[in-house]
Design a protein around this ligand. Sequence first.
Ligand SMILES: C[S@@+](CC[C@H](N)C(=O)[O-])C[C@H]1O[C@@H](n2cnc3c(N)ncnc32)[C@H](O)[C@@H]1O
Length: 329
Amino acid sequence: MELDELIAMSWGWRSSVLMLQAHSAGMFDALAGGRKSAEEVAASLDTDPRSTRLALIGLCGVGLVEKHGDTFCNTPVVERYLVKGVPEYRGHVMDLDRRSLSNWLRIQEVMRSGEPIPKQETTDEQALAWQETFILAMDGIASQRVDSMFKAIPLKDGDRFLDIGCGPGTYIREFLKRLPKSEAVAFDRPLSERVVTDTAAKAGVLDRITFRGGDFITDRFEFSEPFDGALLSQVIHILSAGQAEDLIRRAAAAVRPGGFVAVHEMTLGPDDNPGPGAVFAVQMMLGTAQGSVYTVEEISGMLTAAGLVVESTTRTDEKSEVVVGRKGM
Ligand SMILES: C[S@@+](CC[C@H](N)C(=O)[O-])C[C@H]1O[C@@H](n2cnc3c(N)ncnc32)[C@H](O)[C@@H]1O
């Protein structure tokens, strides 16, 4: 890295923070549908006109808003994805990132204490609301990877599969649309049920999904018949290596001989080249007591320890990979 890049990195948080704040303040909603003056935006948000105008100009500077004389409008990508209520809305991830931002400002504190930052929710209602926001954010992220995941996972039409820590059920839902004779079980915390069933119903696949609420740290995945395959996508990083190995063993026990277990993770590169997924290590430091980021070799070792033979490793984006282990006949 050169000095210029170092200075640019120090400045760089401004664009992200401005986007997260503008989203949270409803600025993109206020600009939806066409050009508005700063005064009109300020009136609809009940904010100070001068400050609002300067924030709008700042948003032009980071490429999220366009300026036309005295008026402003969203750029096409913002209009399509970040205005609340649009069909392709992806703003949930911004709610998640806004909370992450406040946690990342506490890195030094957590480095000293070794204790993850406690969740902010104190009531059941708050916990449900946050779980739904969290997994809807996951939906936005996972939706970008559906095609690469589908290519990486050896599912055939008619297979029954289990998605452990399914989140919003993005992969189940999208895979079932492509596999009209398949069925699946979605396993996650009970709080996730409403989002999984609502999104599956909208996609027209709810009749082929069973939701099972539980705790993947302790539960056995016992169902009437074994599955053809099980998926663990972006879940083992919450766990210690020992807990992850135990979870993979229980997942392997739930699949038939000849079936598979697929582990999808933001992986750490080999020792001297951790790669872009390594940044996620900090997220695990701040948010979990025992979580970590794992290399493909470590994940392969966990699959092997569960009695599976690793048959493929496929990259799904610049940070994540899927490792598939096959159970003997
Ligand atoms: C990072 S999200 C991954 C969601 C989805 N698999 C994906 O790839 O988009 C992790 C999921 O694990 C679930 N989870 C975390 N701890 C759990 C536990 N102990 N038992 C069941 N589910 C859990 C969360 O509710 C969340 O849906």
